[in-house]
Design a protein around this ligand. Structure first.
Ligand SMILES: Cc1cc2nc3c(=O)[nH]c(=O)nc-3n(C[C@H](O)[C@H](O)[C@H](O)COP(=O)(O)OP(=O)(O)OC[C@H]3O[C@@H](n4cnc5c(N)ncnc54)[C@H](O)[C@@H]3O)c2cc1C
Length: 452
């Protein structure tokens, strides 16, 4: 720790936003405390690869302590932040108070089940390494249970996997699941044929990738269908039971149900006592601070901020990264000008986000990309996606390992991380399959009009 530094910066969350704020402040005359409930940083864009057995957790996560090892003015605390006292300027964890002069809150977001939290155990979402491992467990276990049942003389109907929500996460999960059923697993079973697995992608709105331009949404739909994904748009999920998903009157059995439909900001946002939007994101000032507290900044997925055209900034890594760097620059500048601990600081230049483009992957050599007016699909978009995501992975070792894994699986279709760990129970499997010889029939066929 730098003994001369007196200005204390506390950063809550070592995701994209928090880490970039920390590294951008690392040679400034400040003492930085990074607090995260995990001891590792997760590269969320590649979580779906862990969930679908393409990569192992260690390849997309790095210890926070080792990322920040060389920055001597940074200390790392592994702790759950529970509250703040803005008047006394302290962050509260389960067992201590951490004082600050500047606070950067970068605690990210989680899943929203729209008032149906009871669905969470039946339909896990994908946000953390733990979620990815749970999804991998369920997917691989479904095939094992089906094989066991079929080899005992009870051949089952083909498995149904359902992904709810056709944003980027739902699309990449559905596309990759379809691929592994048709390729990686195709030769490995004797009593079942994984190629007959149905992958359903259910979306409440009229388009897949609703935030993308219409031509790219259309292209994504075609690419999904080429992979064998059955896409249902304008379809609302009304109920989830163990192994069953309901859409109005339609009940569909599902060996695995995955949730990629909603985002809720970290509950820490509400603890600041300022206005939040419906998703719990903090309505920040143009300089990312909160009302009446210029020393408290909120960044990344936890922030609700509109750009100059009035469009809400998306919850993506580049926004969090640039916000982290911007806040670091504000703090450095004010310290350099002797304005540290400002109650009424000189007006700050607002944060400006320059959107360089959007990329969504669908599967092997399948993706869509938008760079301003340039829209591309298919192999070239996939290459761009691959390049960008490997480039931004933290650590040379990870980049190299992921690149090698990717090249290997591109040519061989192999998925090397097919490990089932933890429980060997699958919600609803017993009730749906025992003695019935197959998957529950649909009580009502899905109306043709909703099939794309
Ligand atoms: C499956 C998935 C795929 C994605 N794909 C892409 C993509 O391809 N491209 C893209 O740009 N973006 C993608 N994103 C979005 C991107 O990952 C987020 O926008 C980005 O991570 C936001 O950064 P952040 O710093 O705000 O939060 P996060 O990266 O979520 O970090 C939040 C940190 O806060 C910590 N934390 C939370 N609560 C507490 C607490 N109470 N106490 C202590 N610590 C706490 C967490 O442990 C975590 O480390 C994806 C997200 C997901 C989930």
């Amino acid at each position: 720790m730098n003994g001369k530094a007196t200005h204390r910066v506390v950063i809550v969350g070592a995701g994209f936003g928090g880490l970039n704020a920390a590294t951008s402040l690392a040679d400034a005359p400040v003492q930085i405390t990074v607090i995260d409930r995990s001891n590792f940083h997760t590269f969320q864009p590649l979580l779906y690869q862990v969930a679908t057995a393409g990569l192992s957790p260690g390849e997309i996560a790095s210890p926070i302590r080792s990322i920040l090892r060389h920055h001597k003015n940074v200390e790392v605390l592994m702790a759950e932040v529970t509250d703040f006292d803005l008047e006394r300027r302290v962050v509260q964890t389960e067992d201590q108070e951490v004082p600050y002069d500047s606070l950067i809150l970068a605690a990210g977001a989680s899943h929203a089940y729209f008032g149906h939290d009871e669905w969470e155990t039946l339909a896990p979402g994908l946000k953390t390494i733990e979620d990815a491992l749970e999804i991998r467990r369920r997917v691989l276990l479904a095939f094992e249970l089906a094989e066991r049942q079929a080899s005992a003389g009870n051949p089952a109907e083909p498995l149904n996997f359902v992904v709810v929500g056709a944003g980027p996460t739902g699309v990449e999960l559905a596309g990759t699941l379809a691929e592994i059923c048709r390729h990686a697993l195709a030769q490995d079973f004797r009593s079942i044929d994984p190629r007959r697995t149905h992958i359903h992608l259910i979306e409440g709105g009229p388009h897949v990738l609703p935030a993308y331009p219409e031509d790219l949404s259309r292209s994504a739909l075609e690419q999904l269908q080429r992979l064998g994904v059955e896409v249902l748009t304008s379809t609302m999920v009304t109920k989830i039971e163990p192994g069953v998903i309901c859409m109005g009157e339609t009940r569909m059995s599902a060996a695995v149900i995955l949730w990629a439909a909603g985002v809720a900001a970290s509950p820490l946002g509400k603890k600041l006592g300022v206005l939040v939007d419906r998703a719990g994101r903090v309505l920040v000032q143009p300089d990312l601070s909160i009302a009446d507290h210029p020393e408290v900044f909120v960044i990344g997925d936890l922030t609700a901020l509109k750009d100059a055209s009035g469009k809400m900034l998306p919850g993506v890594a580049p926004v969090a990264i640039l916000e982290g760097r911007y806040v670091a620059k504000v703090i450095r500048g004010e310290i350099a000008r002797g304005e540290a601990l400002p109650r009424q600081p000189a007006p700050r230049k607002p944060f400006h986000y320059w959107d360089k483009g959007n990329l969504a992957t669908i599967g092997r050599a399948a993706a869509v990309a938008q760079f301003g007016k340039i829209h591309i699909s298919g192999f070239m978009a996939w290459l761009a996606w691959l390049f960008v995501h490997i480039l931004f992975l933290i650590g040379f070792r990870n980049r190299l390992l992921v690149f090698i894994q990717w090249a290997w699986s591109y040519f061989t279709y192999e998925r090397g991380a097919r490990l089932i760990t933890g429980s060997v129970n699958l919600p609803g499997w017993e009730g749906l399959h025992s003695g019935r010889g197959g998957v529950i029939e649909r009580e009502q066929e899905i109306p043709a009009a909703t099939r794309k």
